[in-house]
Design a protein around this ligand. Structure first.
Ligand SMILES: NC(=O)c1ccc[n+]([C@@H]2O[C@H](COP(=O)([O-])OP(=O)(O)OC[C@H]3O[C@@H](n4cnc5c(N)ncnc54)[C@H](OP(=O)(O)O)[C@@H]3O)[C@@H](O)[C@H]2O)c1
Length: 238
């Protein structure tokens, strides 16, 4: 029997891509450079809670081990180089001031790895937070320039480290904008995002558009200060 013809507009328009149709990433080992800080510790906690093997990195192995011991859940601590070497996906969670130097030193360890940059280059003065303009365009583009053999993506910029670290918070109610050059890599990052209850990863463009995403954090900080909130973001109609 001949199947019924598809409606004309369905034939003209390709099916929308389902943001939940993603690869299985449950076996990926996740490393967090600068994982002793608030953001890194929060992400480490959430991924460990989701069942991932997580390795916290630090400039000092003993600081990483102390932070890992506090978190429990099988989290391990190592110096940043060892963390990068042993992980499949490596989140960069160091301050902007230490970004270039940290990545330059890890070029070899990060070769071939999925790198997820969440660094927001921001300045602060008495008017509040404001976006800095990195020479390369953004922190993510600086990472891509310094790590030509890595698969650099950007995500997790808009999360509240306070919520991430709070064990009473069961779900993190936010979308995560995911940027990168290769769909296979951004799909992996979206899939990792979806491992954290409440979160959804949404593809938001190539790395040349990372500056706006990083800068938007200055606006979120203003929101948080005015409304005493830990604001997240939702992309509608996706
Ligand atoms: N906090 C948030 O809510 C949040 C949300 C989204 C994104 N982010 C981004 O995530 C990054 C980390 O934020 P954070 O609040 O966790 O920062 P942080 O606590 O100030 O720093 C994170 C860790 O980076 C290491 N570090 C400090 N200075 C360094 C340097 N000069 N070079 C290399 N490593 C250095 C430290 O670990 P060791 O001393 O153990 O090496 C520190 O514990 C930032 O780029 C931020 O923009 C933060």
């Amino acid at each position: 029997m001949t199947p019924p013809a598809a409606p004309a507009d369905a034939a003209a328009k390709p099916a929308a891509r389902d943001p939940w149709d993603l690869p299985d990433v449950s076996a990926l080992v996740i490393g967090v450079l600068g994982g002793t800080g608030d953001q890194g510790r929060g992400l480490a906690y959430r991924f460990a809670r989701a069942g991932h093997k997580v390795i916290i990195g630090s400039r000092a192995e003993e600081r990483a081990q102390a932070a890992a011991a506090e978190l429990g859940l099988g989290v391990e601590g190592a110096d940043n180089a060892e963390c990068a070497r042993r992980s499949d996906a490596v989140i960069v969670a160091v301050p902007w001031e230490g970004h270039a130097k940290t990545l330059q030193a890890l070029r070899e360890e990060l070769a071939g790895k999925l790198v997820i940059d969440c660094v927001n280059p921001l300045g602060f003065d008495k008017k509040g937070a404001y976006a800095l303009k990195p020479e390369e365009g953004s922190a993510a583009e600086q990472a891509a320039a310094l790590l030509p053999e890595s698969r650099v993506t950007a995500a997790f910029h808009h999360l509240s480290a306070v919520l991430l670290q709070d064990p009473e918070v069961a779900e993190i109610d936010t979308d995560v904008m995911v940027l990168g050059e290769r769909r296979a890599d951004t799909d992996l990052v979206q899939a990792l995002t979806a491992r954290i209850p409440g979160m959804r990863g949404v593809f938001a463009g190539r790395l040349r558009n990372a500056h706006q995403v990083e800068s938007l954090v200055a606006n979120l900080i203003s929101v948080n200060r005015r409304y005493k909130a830990h604001a997240g973001l939702r992309v509608t109609d996706v």
